[in-house]
Design a protein around this ligand. Structure first.
Ligand code: KG4
Ligand code: ZN
Length: 339
């Protein structure tokens, strides 16, 4: 069985083909980062228009890369939410229409389930159940994965998502959007002893997060200190330390509360090196394990949508001819995938 996956929920056009026997056959990604850089964030209308231009050529390129034709496909999966409505409609319309033309089933995929299942694209896959930390530009979620498709939200951000906090703080330090990974690079040269930033909401049993205060704390620190390169690096380091520590403390609490030892991390911020080191130390200290997708599958991609689509289509799910998207779609509304 071979599934074509299409991702267009935000500022990346991603297309991939997943085969249930051979694994990932091909994947292509086009990032709109340059298009939005001057605006300091994603401009929804520009994002939609660019997906219109890029999706079909990327599907062609992915088929060529895999050495396949549309006749070799058994289904199409597309991201139907959460995300930007216009951007989602592009992928959903193209995915749904091609499935009709090619006479194969189409299935609407939840973007965060794609991220959650992305570590399954790797050779060593985490066995369920596990705790999942999803850290992207739009969401921060701690989830108990009871079985495939059966998700319980243990905690989430009450304001900025982690990636958003990284990007806004990076912007304060003069980096273009999205500056999360640049801020992290700058932090590598910083002295972790110079500034200590708060670890928000870690003084209580709640598993929710709040990161907007940290951004303000950073802005205030920038305002009252010199602007030299070392000070910038020290502030970036203090910010990253505070975020990584906060995520680690909440993961530790979630694992303890749910009596689990297995942690899975996914989403763009999951590419952060310092976070990976910290979570490896945490799981090693409790005799557990942590799993990640490779860095390129932490950020948005078509492979995770093709993989999730494969699971849902095999489960007998598919959508009818109506083209529908869900810009807000809680992940705990999904149904279990029978194995
Ligand atoms: O998962 P993703 O591609 O997008 C959403 O679904 O939202 O995540 C993108 C986010 C951005 O905020 C980006 O700055 C952040 O992930 N990011 C990082 C790193 N690499 C990407 N944040 C911190 N450290 C990194 N190395
Ligand atoms: Zn994402």
């Amino acid at each position: 069985m071979r599934i074509l996956g299409i991702e267009t929920s935000c500022d990346e056009t991603g297309v991939a083909i997943y085969d249930d026997e051979k694994g990932l056959l091909a994947h292509q990604l086009y990032s709109q980062v340059k298009l939005h850089a001057d605006y300091g964030g994603v401009v929804p209308e520009l994002a939609s228009r660019d997906h219109v231009k890029k999706t079909i050529p990327l599907i062609k390129a992915t088929l060529t890369e895999a050495g396949l034709t549309p006749k070799d496909l058994d289904g199409i999966a597309y991201t139907a939410g959460p995300g930007l409505a216009g951007a989602l409609i592009v992928g959903a319309s193209i995915g749904r229409s091609l499935a009709y033309a090619w006479n194969v089933p189409a299935v609407a995929i939840h973007h965060m389930e794609g991220h959650l299942l992305s570590p399954m694209l790797e050779e060593i896959q985490p066995p369920v159940p596990f705790i999942s930390l999803l850290v992207t530009g739009g969401h921060t979620l701690l989830i108990e994965v009871k079985s495939m498709g059966e998700y319980v939200i243990l905690g989430e951000s009450i304001d900025d998502a982690v990636g958003e906090a990284f990007d806004k703080t990076a912007n304060l330090m003069g980096f273009d959007y999205p500056g999360g990974s640049m801020l992290s690079k700058l932090a590598e040269r910083g002295n972790s002893k110079r500034f200590t930033f708060p670890r928000p909401m870690t003084d209580r049993p709640s598993l929710d997060f709040s990161f907007s205060g940290l951004k303000t704390f950073t802005a205030n620190t920038i305002a009252v200190n010199d602007k030299d390169e070392q000070t910038r690096a020290d502030i970036a380091r203090a910010f990253e330390d505070a975020v990584v520590d906060t995520l680690m403390i909440k993961c530790k609490l979630a694992l303890k509360q749910r009596s689990m030892k297995r942690l899975v991390v996914a989403g763009g911020v999951g590419a952060n090196r310092h976070l990976r080191v910290k979570l490896e130390q945490l799981t090693a200290s409790i005799g557990g394990e942590v799993y990640y997708p490779r860095a390129e599958f932490c950020t948005d991609n078509g492979a995770m949508i093709a993989y999730a689509g494969m699971q849902r289509l095999k489960n007998g799910e598919h959508n009818d001819l109506e083209i529908e998207v869900f810009p807000r779609w809680p992940i705990d509304q999904l149904t279990a995938i029978k194995t």
